[in-house]
Design a protein around this ligand. Structure first.
Ligand SMILES: Nc1ncnc2c1ncn2[C@@H]1O[C@H](COP(=O)(O)OP(=O)(O)OP(=O)(O)O)[C@@H](O)[C@H]1O
Ligand SMILES: [Mg+2]
Length: 392
């Protein structure tokens, strides 16, 4: 978020921030970039937030309202509409939030989506499972962070998750898609993608988010416009159009099946998290933070993507609980990989372990790059296997 705010100030915008906490709680570097701050009540109370924001702004002239965070993209649409500003309205943004509506709108435009049903309660889940068949996936309609998301091979597995799903207002029950999972990230201006990037998840988030021993990795391709990725890029463009994307960044997830077909996973109208934006920057030698800002403020893009590097990031989870007490293997990797390491951000010895369920960043990461795909994959594998953090 601070980097996108930095981008806004670089293209000449004055930025008023809004959030639940007081301005004093912001990092000083970020606070200096803001010309104002509105403290809102709980972001989940949309009407109260809209009212608080309108009241705090008084008659100030506002040109744009943007949210880069999944839980508040709909709130931003409400504020835009209340102020009569351009940008996507509530119904359009809903297509990027409601996983069933998203699939219906994408399918109506000819995109391949998993067969699915919107379910409220155990009976509807069981009925949908019978119609769709196994294996299937159950996930919250308004989900994020792979929370309460489970693959089920059979009825017994479905029943084992019912208790957890009781707390989910609406569940999407979907055909399980077998394939390699990728992202399609794009900066759009008036619905047209002007910068595009594709990243492969290793392994799929569903596995990485449920198995603590995994070191999740992801590789951003230096050039998204190559044969095997083209169906995903075409799908991304089609879905953007189907959902009425206007100006901003989209983050889509898609599966590449054994036949090379691209199937939609989901799409959000905000930037992808973890290290995705930095990977895009390193891969294409651009500044996506500034270009996003230029796009939303001036409907322009001045980046000249170089498509230079494959960029891999590996997230590490320490073994044991408590504080990080040792880091093994990093010295050797540094000596061998040298300048191919673009960033190293491991939690230092003595700091507490982070909750790997809460943050994909876990106990830190290492980013590597190489113009050659196989070299990049080899480096990723080495970081996965040779780097180990111990806690205790
Ligand atoms: N139909 C499906 N077939 C196979 N795997 C799926 C399917 N739907 C979801 N998954 C797996 O579950 C993960 C989480 O699903 P999804 O991306 O829809 O939820 P999310 O909670 O919004 O994710 P995020 O972690 O991106 O916020 C996906 O990344 C994928 O690995
Ligand atoms: Mg997802």
């Amino acid at each position: 978020m601070p980097r996108f705010v930095r981008g806004l100030t670089e293209v000449g915008a004055e930025v008023i921030g809004a959030g639940e906490g007081p301005a004093e709680a912001l990092p000083p570097g970020l606070r200096r970039l803001l010309s104002g701050w509105v403290q809102i009540p709980s972001w989940s109370d949309e009407p109260a937030c809209v009212q608080a924001i309108l009241q705090a702004l008084g008659g100030a002239r506002i040109d744009r309202v943007e949210s880069l965070w999944e839980p508040t993209v709909l709130l931003a649409a409400r504020v835009r509409q209340a102020l009569g500003l351009p940008g996507m309205d509530h119904d359009t943004v809903l297509g990027f939030r409601d996983k069933q509506l998203m699939k219906e709108r994408a399918a109506a435009a000819g995109a391949r989506v998993p067969r699915s049903a919107r379910c409220r309660g155990a009976e509807e889940i069981r009925r949908a499972a019978q119609e769709i068949g196994y294996p299937l996936v159950g996930k919250p309609i308004a989900g994020a962070g792979t929370a309460s998301t489970w693959a089920c091979q059979d009825e017994a597995e479905l029943e084992s998750h019912m208790a957890e799903w009781q707390h989910v207002a609406e569940l999407s029950v979907e055909e399980f898609i077998v394939g390699d999972e990728h992202t399609y990230d794009a900066l759009c201006i008036d619905g047209q993608p002007v910068l595009e990037s594709v990243t492969r998840y290793l392994p799929p988030p569903l596995v990485a988010r449920n198995e603590e021993w995994v070191s999740p990795a992801q590789i951003t391709y230096r050039n998204p416009h190559i044969g095997p990725l083209l169906p995903g890029v075409a799908l991304g463009r089609r879905v953007c159009q189907a959902l009425g994307m206007q100006t901003g960044i989209v983050h889509m997830e898609w599966f590449r099946t054994a036949t090379g077909e691209a199937v939609l996973g989901e799409i959000a109208c905000r930037p992808g998290g973890s290290k995705l934006m930095d990977q895009w920057n390193w891969a294409q030698e651009i500044d996506i933070y500034r270009e996003w800002a230029r796009a939303v403020c001036w409907s322009a893009c001045e980046a000249a993507p170089r498509k230079a590097w494959h960029v891999g990031v590996v997230f590490k989870r320490a073994r044991g609980q408590g504080r990080i007490k040792a880091i093994h293997g990093m010295e050797r990797l540094r000596a061998d990989l040298g300048s191919a390491i673009v960033e190293e951000a491991l939690s230092p010895v003595g700091t507490p372990r982070r909750d790997w369920k809460q943050t994909l960043l876990s106990d830190g990461w290492v980013a590597v790059r190489d113009p050659d795909h196989d070299n990049c994959r080899t480096m990723i594998d080495r970081v996965v296997r040779e780097l180990q953090l111990d806690a205790g």
